[in-house]
Ligand binder design. Structure first.
Ligand code: FMN
Length: 249
């Protein structure tokens, strides 16, 4: 019961008012990078097409909201690169960098504009993109190739507690968080803000997937260690928080 109470108090925690805590921001420490760094020399970059509204099949916001459902059955059809570009923009795309690189303003909101997430894609059936694991680079709207691995569909299914529609989907969005991006400003209370923020991202995916004739399903039932290992994340300073397969239904 103590643990339940503790977690309820966590839900009630107020990240805007931290009593007796001096945050790293208040200490004057530099803010962490807006995007996870990578080796630019050796990077294999894929340019994404500009966001093109021709991918939209439904432009009526009422219909997109009304017809949104969690979809767990996808056809074998491929997504196009333009569709993927649109979904990445809608979920983590950057509108502008503000205050000389202090923060980004994006399509989704984020407490204190901290945007503490990275987006990984497990690509299985996307036109013009080889299968593999990629990371979205929101500052330049590009994809960074990370690795390929045999039997990815099986491994993904297993890490998602046997949810086969996840492993078999044309593309899976996997969101990791880099907690220090939030903790720099909100210290221990960053955790609440991070979880609130994750919801906005996935909801934007639901609505925009629906708008392009695709579907998605939020996934919270996964094995933490397996997913972190699968994406080669350290599980401490960066770990998976949420994921969502996308495909036509
Ligand atoms: C935080 C969260 C985690 C979820 N995890 C899973 C999951 O692991 N597997 C799954 O099939 N559905 C999952 N769902 C989808 C819910 O089951 C679904 O939203 C709910 O049944 C209502 O259906 P609807 O989305 O079609 O309205 C999750 C939804 C949320 C918001």
């Amino acid at each position: 019961m103590d643990e339940i109470k503790q977690n309820r108090n966590f839900i009630k925690s107020n990240f805007a008012r931290l009593e007796g805590i001096t945050t790293d921001q208040e200490k004057g420490l530099p803010h962490p990078p807006l995007q996870k760094p990578y080796d630019e020399e050796s990077a294999k970059i894929i340019e994404l097409p500009e966001v093109d509204l021709n991918v939209l099949k439904k432009t009526d916001i009422f219909r997109c909201l009304k017809e949104r459902r969690s979809r767990r059955q996808f056809t074998s059809e491929y997504l196009s690169k333009k569709e993927l570009s649109f979904l990445l923009w809608a979920t983590q795309g950057v509108d502008k960098v503000i205050k000389d690189g202090y923060a980004t303003l994006r399509i989704v909101p984020s407490a204190g504009a901290r945007h503490p997430f990275e987006t990984y894609l497990v690509v299985n059936r996307v036109d013009e993109i080889d299968n593999g694991v990629y990371r979205y680079l929101p500052l330049l709207h590009q994809l960074l190739f990370i690795f390929t691995e045999d039997d990815m569909a099986e491994k993904l299914t297993e890490a998602n507690l046997g949810q086969r529609f996840v492993g078999d989907a044309p593309v899976v969005f996997v969101w990791s968080c880099i907690p220090y991006r939030g903790e720099w400003r909100y210290h221990i209370s960053a955790a609440k803000a991070i979880l609130l923020d994750a919801g906005h991202i996935c909801q934007n995916l639901y609505i925009t997937a629906e708008a392009i004739g695709c579907g998605t399903c939020a996934i919270g039932a996964y094995d933490q260690e397996s997913m972190d290992n699968l994406l080669r994340l350290d599980g401490e300073d960066e770990f998976v928080v949420y994921l969502a397969p996308v495909g036509r239904y």
